[in-house]
Design a protein around this ligand. Structure first.
Ligand code: ZN
Ligand code: ZN
Length: 348
């Protein structure tokens, strides 16, 4: 039987302010942060607020000088990866707002709106970077890559097909499936791209862009955490959906996603970059697929032989951001912060 999820009412005078459930619940739709159902919602709200950033804070001066000095292979990969990220973040703003319509909890709806806003900022950062380092014509081409590049197209279709069932037929099952694709998008499909930028930063190249990438990475980790909470809550509310079939579905989706990510990584990164050993990157993607599947409660069986610890040891300093602590990027970026209100053309 297909249970449809009802859209949230704009106002429900009979319902309590504190919602009765994540989906298909009762909620007045009033938001009082001191009277919400999920104890994790307010702390998440605070973290998302504290992480707020905009591309304008980052001075592109050094990157503008460095980009022409990158090798052709590095420049190509740089633009292709930005093209991929732009595609993913564009889809994501819209998916988040569609999900928000079906959440019957005003506080989680608020978090979803903040998430969508952050995706808009991520997208802005790609335009900001490109408008700084390449002519407008090339910038426009990069934003067309999702149409013109075959592997990008394949990845695009993989995610949009995963979302489509939910948007066309919002059942509980389709919603759960779409969250698996969400975690793939936000928690796996960015990751060889992240590795590429962090590797540049490790070699003191394009540090401003990598700083932005690090902020995006930090946001995405919060987003994955939020969708993980929603997924688990929906399963708690509807335990009949927590089936071996769902687990098999998740494992198969993560496996296919990792294969696409690896295929893409082989094509644009391979063993062509100083500092990246492709076999390690491949292991890293498999490790991440296991990690994300495990996060959703479905174990680490996507790649049973993948390493249990992060095989890209060097990336941890760049990636595993411990919120509240300053790290390499934040120290760096503080020097850039508010340096210029214009499009970063003033050199420091
Ligand atoms: Zn994003
Ligand atoms: Zn996101």
């Amino acid at each position: 039987m297909m249970i449809t999820i009802a859209k949230r009412e704009l106002m429900d005078a009979q319902a309590p302010n504190c919602s009765t459930s994540m989906i298909n619940g009762a909620s007045s739709n009033i938001l009082n942060w001191d009277d919400v159902r999920f104890p994790w919602a307010y702390p998440k709200y605070k973290v998302m607020l504290a992480n707020f950033w905009t591309p304008f804070e980052i001075n592109m001066g050094k990157d503008i000088k460095q980009f022409p000095q990158l090798s052709q292979v590095e420049q190509d990969a740089f633009l292709k990866i930005i093209g991929l990220l732009a595609l993913l973040d564009s889809i994501q703003s819209d998916y988040a707002s569609k999900v928000a319509d079906y959440i019957t909890d005003s506080s989680v709806n608020a978090l979803m709106i903040m998430l969508a806003q952050q995706e808009v900022i991520h997208n802005h950062s790609y335009s900001y970077v490109l408008s700084s380092i390449v002519p407008k014509k090339i910038q426009d081409e990069v934003f067309e890559y999702w149409r013109t590049e075959h592997t990008l197209r394949k990845r695009n279709d993989f995610i949009t097909n995963g979302y489509k069932d939910f948007t066309e037929q919002p059942s509980i099952e389709n919603f759960l499936h779409s969250i698996i694709y969400d975690v793939i998008l936000e928690g796996l499909f960015f990751y060889s791209g992240f590795a590429f930028f962090y590797n540049l930063a490790r070699n003191q190249k394009m540090v401003a862009t990598s700083t932005m990438i690090n902020y995006i990475n930090r946001d995405e980790q919060i987003h994955v955490g939020l969708f993980e909470k929603i997924y688990k809550e929906v399963l708690k509310e509807n335990p009949e959906y927590n089936t071996p079939e769902l687990e098999q579905y998740a494992i198969a989706a993560f496996r296919k996603a990792a294969e696409l990510e690896i295929e893409w990584g082989r094509e644009i990164i391979g063993n062509k970059m100083d500092g990246i050993v492709f076999e390690e990157l491949e292991q890293y993607i498999q490790y991440m697929a296991n990690k994300r599947c495990h996060q959703l409660g479905h174990g680490r069986n996507v790649f049973p032989h993948a390493p249990i610890k992060n095989p890209l040891r060097w990336i941890i300093a760049y990636q595993e951001v411990d919120l509240g602590k300053t790290d390499f990027f934040e120290q760096k970026s503080r020097q850039y912060t508010k340096a210029s209100d214009v499009n970063g053309f003033d050199d420091l």
